[in-house]
Every structure is written in structure tokens, then in C-alpha cells.
Design a protein around this ligand. Structure first.
Ligand SMILES: C[S@@+](CC[C@H](N)C(=O)[O-])C[C@H]1O[C@@H](n2cnc3c(N)ncnc32)[C@H](O)[C@@H]1O
Length: 171
């Protein structure tokens, strides 16, 4: 009986934040692996750049960014299950320039970022735009996978046949 209650509580503790992340941000769908290197190239990172991934999912994009020389990558993930998957992936790759947070990205300041990457649903992208405008320093790059930011003029759009677009903005 007690074991049953413990299992139910554990399942709820894991599932509720995951469902919450889907509601307030986006459900977990990984960016197409064949486009991940394109996303990283599009960010045009330089040594010393600080890159934020908002909603890190399984960590695949963080890992690709972290392989670039001299960068620091911060990832934020609200779902404990995905956080664990990403954490394990980062550990296996032994990447020391990555910092993963089990955290709602809305509660973290973005002022230090040179590049912000996310793959979220349109509603969240447009809500996030307000935070991006008020917190990012001039010249930082914003990369949105699949969905553009309403009212923002992209400096570049990458569109592969039949694949979601990559929208690049300079603040
Ligand atoms: C569509 S997936 C994208 C995963 C990854 N960024 C990629 O490109 O492959 C969106 C992720 O954002 C996470 N998420 C949604 N809202 C969030 C929030 N407010 N704070 C942190 N993570 C969030 C979800 O749990 C999910 O893993």
C-alpha cells in the first residue's frame, strides 16, 4: 500500500512538470537531427560566446553547440525526465562547457547570452519575444526553429525542402 502511494507520488512528481512544460512552453519534439549542425552554423558562434538553449529537450542541440571552440552553453529544461536524459547525454560526451538547469527559462535572466536558441510553439515564441527584447544585449542572435517571431524581421531564413525553417534574428 505504502509502496503504491510512493510510486504514484513519484510518477506525479515526474509527469506533472513534464505536462506543465508542454502547456506553458512546448511538448517535447526534437529538432530534426539532420538540421542541428545547420542551426549551429547559422548562429555564427565565436570564441567566448555564451549560448542559451531554452527548452533543452534531450540535449542534442546543446551538445552540437558545445563542440564549437571556446563557447559556453547553458540549457534550461523543465521536465525532469528530459532533464535527466540531457544530463546523461552531456555526461557521456564529457562536455565541461555545458551547464544544464532543471528550471523554467522564464525565470532566468538572458542578459549574458550572445546566442539564444529555442524550438517552441508559436504562442510561446511570441510570449518569449517580450523577454528577449527587454533582456538581450544589442547584437545578440536569436534562432527560432520551425516558427518565426511575429513582427520581427529575420536577418536570415534557412529552409530545406520539406523541413521546418530556421529563423535567425539579430537583436
Ligand atoms: C519542442 S522541444 C525542443 C527540444 C530541443 N530544444 C530541440 O530543439 O531539439 C521543447 C522543449 O522545451 C521544454 N520546455 C517548454 N517550456 C519550458 C520552460 N518554460 N522552461 C524550460 N523548458 C521548457 C519542453 O519540456 C521540451 O523539452
Amino acid at each position: 500500500m505504502t509502496l503504491g502511494i510512493i510510486i504514484i507520488v513519484l510518477v506525479l512528481l515526474i509527469l506533472l512538470p513534464t505536462a506543465y512544460a508542454s502547456l506553458i512552453g512546448a511538448p517535447f519534439v526534437p529538432a530534426s537531427p539532420s538540421l542541428v549542425e545547420m542551426i549551429v552554423d547559422a548562429a555564427d558562434v565565436k570564441e567566448g560566446d555564451v549560448i542559451y538553449e531554452l527548452g533543452a529537450g534531450n540535449g542534442q542541440v546543446m551538445i552540437a553547440f558545445a563542440k564549437r571552440k571556446g563557447v559556453k552553453v547553458l540549457g534550461f529544461e523543465l521536465s525532469p525526465v528530459l532533464y535527466l536524459v540531457a544530463w546523461l547525454n552531456l555526461k557521456l560526451k564529457r562536455l565541461r562547457n555545458c551547464h544544464l538547469y532543471l528550471k523554467n527559462f522564464y525565470s532566468y535572466p538572458l542578459a549574458e547570452a550572445d546566442v539564444v536558441y529555442f524550438f517552441l510553439v508559436p504562442r510561446t515564441v511570441n510570449k518569449l519575444a517580450v523577454k528577449l527584447v527587454s533582456e538581450l544585449k544589442p547584437g545578440s542572435r536569436v534562432i527560432s526553429y520551425a516558427f518565426p517571431i511575429d513582427g520581427w524581421e529575420p536577418s536570415r531564413v534557412i529552409k530545406e525542402n520539406g523541413k521546418p525553417g530556421i529563423f535567425i534574428y539579430t537583436v
